[in-house]
Design a protein around this ligand. Sequence first.
Ligand SMILES: Nc1nc2c(c(=O)[nH]1)N[C@H]1C(S)=C(S)[C@@H](COP(=O)(O)O)O[C@H]1N2
Ligand SMILES: [Mo]
Length: 447
Amino acid sequence: MGKLERSVAELYCDDPERADAVVFGRRTGISRRGFVGGAGLASMSAAVGGPIVFAAWMPGGMVPAALAQDARRETASAVRGPSRLDFPGKDGRLIVLGDKPLVAETPEHLLDDDTTPTARFFIRNNGQMPQPAGDPDAWQLTVDGEVAKPLVIALGELKRRYQPRTLRMVLECGGNGRSHFVPETQGHQWGNGGVGCAEWTGVPLADVLRSAGIKPSAVYTAHFGADVSMSGDPKPPLSRGVPLRKALDPHNLLAWVMNGKPLENVHGAPLRLVIPGWPGSVSHKWLSQIILRDKVHDGPGMTDISYRVPTKPMLPGTRIDESSFRIMESMPVRSIITSPANGTRFGSGTREIKLRGAAWAGDLEVRAVHVSVDFGATWQAVQMAPPRNRYDWRRWAASVAVPSDGYYEIWARATDSNNRAQPHVAGNWNPAGNGANPMHHVGVLIG
Ligand SMILES: Nc1nc2c(c(=O)[nH]1)N[C@H]1C(S)=C(S)[C@@H](COP(=O)(O)O)O[C@H]1N2
Ligand SMILES: [Mo]
């Protein structure tokens, strides 16, 4: 991570109260209501390393990206800086959010490839990872429940009997963006990197379900895999499902290949579901059984408030009324700036910054991505590459002009095909921390 963040991290180490004052504006004269000025602006400029060129447009109370983005997570880990994942097959730069079970995210600037390399793909386990399967082709999948002809099929036969396809699709954790909620919620504190876009090869789930003879009574799927809970409890750590209408989307794959190579164990080898657009938790890893059910599935991860969002605004700390939550279906629209990284320093005299990023919108399309370097006073549309197929992300590029040396914040905002744009701050606060998709900000310094 950049120098700017480190200096704030150091300040937190030496004098946390002063660091808080600098970052959050307490006792510094930074007005939470108006623009930033006077002593507040001076100390904020000092903290970010240079004059904030468009300070006049900076919203009061806003934490500059150079300080904010990792300050929260870094303070959480006692300013040691984020801990990097040391795991076979991973490139050593994922950020560990939990180790039992293993959860790791990809910092935004490492998502700069069109196709996310497996070595940088995020990991979300809810339980203990099973031992790698000895003979992948002998792995068995059972399809039963509301079907006319229950199926038990070995992976080797699945490969032969159905027509495989390869699609590049986004897989995103339902909690992605959670760390943006204020106040902090329960759960892993994802930044924006609980996401990746890989090429998946497998056979359509719909083809396999249809060949088992879907009964009219079937309304929902239920997914089961080989992982066991951390405590050893016989109940699976996770068992989710989707309505039949979503299950029959021809993009859903029973996948055994990721980015042209056999699926790795940590990503669910030898067989996993990839159900794009919805929370990653429906894309079951180490998949051994699918049951078609005649009602909404009620496995772990389906009940109470997990993977749900409130249908009415709720105040932090108030009683949870489960009846006013709905199951999260499509993930919300999101864009990330993948280059430059937060905290990047450019040479004095730089007057143009090239930006790259990615955007996606769950089940919807991305209509546009706009960027701003003046705290949202003016916006500019980016160039988006076409998606390879539905559920692919849109890679985008832009070039922005900057008038002088100093500190800039680059903001990116995507808009989906229903004209819903990313909000300035995480909205619809909820205790499980689901659905946060505020605009991504990166701080850069010129000179
Ligand atoms: N069997 C099983 N499947 C699972 C999980 C799990 O814990 N067990 N985690 C889910 C969640 S919450 C997510 S976000 C994705 C993450 O996939 P990845 O680890 O391959 O990135 O897997 C899903 N599939
Ligand atoms: Mo997830």
